[in-house]
Design a protein around this ligand. Structure first.
Ligand SMILES: Cc1cc2nc3c(=O)[nH]c(=O)nc-3n(C[C@H](O)[C@H](O)[C@H](O)COP(=O)(O)O)c2cc1C
Length: 491
């Protein structure tokens, strides 16, 4: 019987494909055994590649198939799913019982009151005024949850547009991060905290020094409510901002005042600030020039410098105080930072927040300086703990990235973020619709605030800002919990 020409062509193609695969394997085999850089590939040519492929894929598969709900880092599935449900305005109730192991050291347990408050006794979070009596335009807000610094550069244009609109709808502020003020921060109409870091992007002159005229111009915008001088952030204390060259687009370079396509690396500290005197002068200058509250952001290394700073402010007078201090946690997030600094340098917020609040009380500055804080405070218990400890406001970066759809793929420094949040690749940004995500940001703020309110009502106080250290306990290594005001008595 004669074979059809189709079958003959298919079998020829098949033979060709097999031949090409064999040839490819042969080439890889020869390359592997002749190279000297990789011992695994030299000893196990061709099949050694599976080790690398599987260990790369394992990073993704663990998240879906193998990691338990409370296991992953930096954020576990239970934490992320709470944010996902809240941002979609879905119910955050669960059934049957807690999956949390309540014996783990550091677990937070709030002291419920015997007689929790009835609905008619509930109140909205109290209004706070930043810089009252110390600048011409103080800032008043009752928001307890705000969007922490993330620069235009570290995150994308649609991400900032969504955050700005969501923040406006929810009544929260958005912090610009150290990459300057972009039109997208203003677009949604939210209150803005303008941040500049050690490179003074957005407010620098040709020599990289602070340009008062530029600062005045930015702060004169009615949406810009306060200025934050970034000394350091939790993920990289002692290192300035890092924006890889692939992320420095023409527009980002223009806003920052730097060359396009070259990595944007900020100095390790402000060139003009090498001691407390210079720092206090800079804070005063920023407040005088802007006419609005001025504060500092830092990750705390230990108690000594904080004590020295507050002592000096007390000596000079309250005019010299920053209007707020933002305390970031040693385990804070970033677009890019050396792992050594992320893992081992700077105090976590559990230690630094009580330390700073106690030092403020000790020096009689608690009423003068507001405390803002951040560091994995993305779920209700963390926020409530921070308020109990003495924070005035909480802010988050990664909580809002999750609200925008972040899947924790840890690609923020590669310009290949699969959810369009930390990439300037237009194809990947298509997945992030600013209108849709703005609603998620708003929902997340509302649900998180509401859940913290529920904790406060259960503890018997009418609103979150009335929470005190006596309301929260921390589980110790003997499995029993101790009240926070015993672990960290207020001085
Ligand atoms: C993508 C990204 C970019 C960031 N950029 C800045 C920045 O420009 N300035 C800054 O002070 N902090 C920056 N941070 C740190 C956050 O503002 C925040 O302090 C830290 O992530 C802790 O909050 P979180 O645990 O809620 O993320 C950035 C964090 C992330 C994740």
């Amino acid at each position: 019987m004669e074979m059809s020409p189709w079958i003959s062509t298919l079998s020829d193609l098949f033979l060709l494909a097999v031949g090409l695969v064999v040839l490819l394997i042969g080439v890889v085999f020869v390359r592997d055994i002749t190279q000297t850089k990789d011992a695994v590939l030299r000893n196990y040519p061709v099949i050694g590649h599976f080790r690398y492929i599987l260990s790369t894929l394992g990073e993704f598969f663990r998240q879906y198939f193998f990691a338990m709900d409370r296991e992953e880092m930096p954020f576990n599935r239970a934490e992320r799913q709470w944010i996902e449900r809240a941002s979609k305005d879905k119910s955050t109730t669960i059934a049957f019982g807690s999956t949390r192991n309540l014996d783990v050291v550091g677990t937070l347990i709030f002291e419920n009151a015997a007689f929790p408050l009835l609905e008619e006794e509930h109140q909205k979070p109290a209004t706070l005024i930043y810089g009252e009596g110390y600048c011409s335009t103080p800032y008043s807000t009752n928001s307890i949850i705000n969007i922490s610094a993330m620069s235009y550069g570290a995150i994308s244009r649609p991400a900032i547009r969504a955050l700005s609109k969501g923040a406006k709808e929810a009544g929260s502020w958005i912090n610009t991060g150290e990459g300057g003020l972009s039109p997208y921060h203003l677009e949604g109409g939210a209150d803005v905290v303008f941040q500049f870091g050690t490179a003074k992007y957005g407010v620098r002159n040709a020599n990289g020094e602070l340009d008062d005229e530029k600062l005045k111009e930015i702060s004169s915008h009615p949406q810009v409510k306060m200025t934050e001088i970034k000394l350091s952030q939790g993920a990289k204390p002692g290192k300035g901002g890092i924006l890889p060259a692939t992320k420095v687009t023409a527009e980002i370079a223009e806003i920052r005042g730097i060359p396009e396509g070259k990595a944007s690396i900020s100095p390790n500290r402000h060139l003009d600030v090498g001691n407390i005197d210079e720092l206090l002068r800079l804070i005063r200058r920023v407040r005088d020039v802007s006419g609005k509250p001025a504060g500092i952001k830092l990750v705390v290394g230990g108690p000594d410098w904080i004590d020295e700073l507050f002592k000096e402010i007390k000596n000079r007078g309250l005019d010299w105080a920053p209007d707020f201090i933002t305390i970031d946690s040693g385990d804070g997030g970033t677009g890019a930072a050396p792992m050594t600094l992320m893992d081992h340098v700077g105090l976590p917020i559990k230690e630094s927040l009580p330390l700073v609040v106690n030092s403020l009380i000790h020096h009689g500055l608690r009423d003068r300086i507001k405390v803002v804080t951040s560091g994995k405070l993305v779920n209700p218990a963390g926020v409530a703990w921070a308020l109990c400890t003495g924070a005035d406001s909480v802010q988050s970066a990664r909580g809002f990235m999750f609200a925008l759809g972040c899947i924790q793929s840890l690609r923020c420094d590669k310009n290949t973020c699969p959810t369009g949040i930390t990439t300037h690749d237009k194809r990947l940004q298509r997945g992030l619709n600013p209108e849709d995500k703005a609603v998620k940001v708003e929902n997340y703020i509302h649900q998180l605030t509401h859940a913290v309110e529920i904790i406060s009502h259960s503890c018997g106080v009418p609103e979150p800002r009335a929470l005190k250290r006596k309301h929260v306990r921390l589980v110790q290594n003997n499995g029993r919990s101790v009240r926070l005001n015993i672990l960290h008595p207020e001085t």
